[in-house]
Ligand binder design. Structure first.
Ligand code: HEM
Length: 497
């Protein structure tokens, strides 16, 4: 059978003209026009299948989930830096399955789950107070809110956000720098992991290993210590440890609990921060969207109280803003992945942009042969392309929440691909969406968000670029955040926490 179409492969076994800047636009644009929704590329003999359409992604990653649900083993990140606890990068198998079951036990399974709503409402209100005190630090406050929600769920009162976030930042920066498969040669030649420690990559790995292990071990130890002192609070770790003691738990069981709780933070804090930061950017760029959202909020709340989840059914436009944020419909900072000549793992310009799958065996699809490679067989769903398909999302580059009012004939569906595919689909989707919703609704109910002005009253246009890391955020931008009225200020100060 022939290989799927794609650009020419040189005699090094690689495609030489892989775009280095915003390649998702090329894969989903001119290359999609030339080659279609399946594009075959090769890097050092390793086959990579770029999937540009929702149909092909569903056919391969969902219907053939048993073959397409693994992740590549990354020697640098896992063996050397110590990210062996990060469940989202576990290869498919029984160990991953045990962790996945635990995620499902604690994360909301559907829209009707209200378990974490009080915590989410409280953090949204604390965020409003902080925005009132120091609006310029809005990104820091958003980060605190998103981090605290996941930390309270996982570790209860045992861990302080202000201590944990800097530690996690240090650890996660190693993932951002080394997480791309192939950034270090040792990914291709695993035996190099035994090289002496004076090699630069080994030195770096040893340095990064310290915060990476601490990110998992310290908060877990803290909860255990508090339980031993009789000061334990209700949280995922304490519930699971109690369950383990009833089941005469093992070291392996404890490890699973520690891995699950730390992975929740790694997978569930930065993603939400990036989406919410983008919300502040979007609101400053599109005053008409903000005005519509505020008119709806005022009609329901009469500016007399802050929103809660019971209001959700009456505030669909807030949902639509969140959907559009998940589609990353901001010109040039959209969900994506990039690939350079040594990278065989996708990275994204938005954290949800790409998910990487490893095929377990050679396969056939639509009359094409999808061959096995020497190190890895990777499948990259181009989420940008899927969420910007004009057949599904007409006029896809325009940030237009109103589009979701028209969902006839399969148009404008909920942007599920933002949360991945098949068996590796994000188990935090409902939790994440609830956090987005309550934060967007609460801040818009009481604040007006506009572009910054300089000393002469001239408007300063914010940048709409995103950082190019594995976990990516909007580049620093300014905006002005002011209470909508004196009444709004009172509401913030008087709200129950
Ligand atoms: C806007 C917020 C979020 C977005 C866009 C997002 C997106 C994603 C994506 C794209 C994946 C990879 C799925 C795949 O490979 O097909 C993923 C995995 C995951 N997410 Fe989320 N996520 C978000 C928030 C959260 C939250 C709040 C949590 C939990 C606290 C969470 C927990 C996880 C976990 C545990 C995985 C790994 C699943 C596995 O490998 O089996 N996520 N997420």
């Amino acid at each position: 059978l022939p290989l799927p179409p794609g650009p020419k492969i040189n005699w090094f076994g690689s495609v030489s003209n892989i775009p280095k800047v915003r390649p998702w636009l090329i894969y989903g644009g001119p290359w999609k026009e030339t080659f279609g929704d399946l594009i075959y590329i090769q890097i050092f003999g390793n086959p990579i299948l770029v999937v540009n359409s929702a149909t092909a992604a569903a056919d391969l990653l969902e219907k053939r989930g048993a073959k397409y649900s693994s992740r590549p083993v990354r020697t640098m990140v896992v063996d050397l830096i110590g990210w062996d606890w990060l469940a989202s990068s576990f290869p498919y198998g029984s160990k991953w399955q045990k962790h996945r079951i635990m995620f499902h036990r604690h994360l909301p399974a559907n829209e009707s789950s209200t378990k974490y709503h009080p915590l989410q409402i409280q953090e949204a209100r604390i965020l409003c107070r902080r925005l009132l005190d120091s609006p310029v630090d809005f990104r820091h406050h958003v980060r605190n809110a998103a981090a605290t929600i996941v930390l309270r769920m996982a570790y209860g009162q045992s861990v302080d956000t202000n201590d944990y976030v800097p530690l996690a930042d240090k650890a996660l920066s190693s993932l951002a720098q080394a997480g791309i498969f192939g950034t270090f040669l040792v990914d291709y030649i695993p035996i190099l992991k035994y090289a002496p420690s004076w090699f630069t990559f080994k030195r770096k790995a040893l340095e990064w290993r310290i915060p990476t292990r601490a990110m998992r071990d310290l908060p877990f130890a803290k909860v255990k210590e508090h339980i031993a002192q009789g000061k334990g609070s209700d949280c995922i770790v304490s519930q699971e440890l109690e369950k383990l003691s009833c089941d005469s738990g093992s070291k392996e069981g404890e490890n699973t609990v520690a891995n699950v709780s730390a992975t929740m933070f790694a997978a569930g804090a930065d993603t939400v921060v990036s989406t919410l930061s983008a919300c502040f950017l979007v609101m400053s760029l599109y005053p008409d969207i903000q005005a519509k959202a505020q008119a709806d909020l005022d009609a329901v709340l009469a500016q007399r109280r802050l929103p809660n989840f019971n209001d959700r059914s009456q505030l669909p436009f807030i949902d639509y803003i969140c959907y559009e944020l998940l589609c990353a419909k901001i010109a040039y900072c959209s969900a994506s992945f990039s690939l350079n000549f040594v990278q065989t793992m996708a990275t994204s310009d938005a954290p949800w942009a790409c998910t990487l799958y490893l095929r377990s065996e050679e396969d056939e699809y639509r009359g094409f042969r999808i061959p096995k490679g020497t190190t890895a067989n990777q499948v990259l769903p181009n989420v940008w392309s899927i969420l910007h398909d004009p057949e599904t999302y007409p006029d896809p580059l325009t940030f237009n929440p109103w589009r979701f009012e028209n969902t006839s004939n399969g148009l404008n569906p909920f942007p599920d691909p933002a949360f991945g595919f098949g068996r590796r689909f994000c188990p935090g989707k409902h939790l994440a969406f609830d956090t987005l919703w309550i934060v967007v609704a609460s801040t818009l109910a009481v604040f007006s968000i506009t572009k910054e002005t300089d000393a002469n009253g001239q408007i300063k246009e914010p940048t709409t670029e995103f950082t190019p890391h594995l976990l990516s955020h909007p580049l620093p931008f300014g905006c002005t955040i002011t209470p909508r009225s004196s009444n709004a200020r009172e509401l913030i100060l008087e709200s129950d926490l």
